[in-house]
Ligand binder design. Structure first.
Ligand SMILES: Cc1cc2nc3c(=O)[nH]c(=O)nc-3n(C[C@H](O)[C@H](O)[C@H](O)COP(=O)(O)O)c2cc1C
Length: 226
């Protein structure tokens, strides 16, 4: 069978970030197939900087409880600096997807307690039965993180192809020192993000919206005829 561009485009279009999971675990062999596909992405010098700390079952629940506790009492201190600001079109897009989410879950504009409650769902991993913490060697700097970004995207797409829903979460990486301690991840690795994954709860309101994308013409600055 030849894989065609429409097949690939359908896969990309079908993926969305999942913020409401069913509790059912993903079988180990399916997780291995997801990682087995994601590892095919390119990386500078083929360094393949990604390492994944992956929780299942009771270990996910234990982590969820500890992370929630850290989020309620600790101070954010991510290994990777957060964006300094979102301005212009980036701010517009950020606002638009935030409003879509809050609208979907019934949080009214200006309801700060409601939006904070929804934000805290990040630290419950949206109920996912698994979380993959992605880290990169500090020595490889931003390019290591860039390579890992490709891995994260590929993970979510490979998962989608196997009927597994997922969401990349920078929020999970907010508490760097806690995560290093909790999972015994050495300090010479940067913790980049989490990927919570499992089977989607199709009736969960947080899964009931789709984000928009800029048109190709807004993305490409063409030079010469193509
Ligand atoms: C690196 C990265 C970090 C993200 N962090 C979070 C997060 O902490 N919490 C969250 O709800 N969504 C997070 N997202 C999901 C984005 O909000 C989502 O990908 C974007 O709005 C586009 O929507 P879609 O994935 O449904 O197409 C993250 C996505 C990426 C790629």
């Amino acid at each position: 069978m030849t894989l065609t561009h429409p097949d690939l485009d359908r896969l990309f279009a079908a993926r969305q970030s999942c913020r409401g999971f069913a509790p059912d675990p993903v079988p180990r062999d399916v997780i291995e197939r997801i990682v087995g596909t994601a590892r095919r992405v390119p990386s500078w010098c083929n360094a393949q900087p990604w390492q994944v700390t992956l929780t299942s079952g009771a270990e996910t629940d234990r982590f969820r409880a500890a992370l929630r506790q850290e989020a309620e009492t600790g101070t954010p201190n991510p290994d990777l600096p957060w964006p300094t600001r979102y301005a212009g079109v980036y701010q517009d897009r950020r606002r638009a997807c935030g409003f879509q989410l809050y609208d979907a879950v019934g949080v009214a504009k200006g309801d700060r307690a409601g939006s904070a409650r929804q934000m805290m769902e990040n630290f419950d991993l949206f109920g996912a039965p698994h979380c993959a913490i992605v880290s990169s060697p500090a020595d490889l700097g931003p390019y290591g993180a860039m390579d890992c970004g490709g891995f994260v995207t590929a993970f979510t797409l490979a998962a989608q192809a196997l009927g597994v829903a997922s969401i990349a979460q920078a929020a999970v990486a907010s508490y760097g020192p806690f995560l290093h301690r909790y999972f015994d991840i050495p300090d010479d690795r940067l913790i980049l993000c989490g990927i919570s994954f499992g089977y989607a709860d199709p009736d969960h309101p947080a899964n009931g919206f789709r984000t928009a994308r800029a048109e190709v013409a807004e993305i490409v600055d063409w030079h010469g005829d193509a």
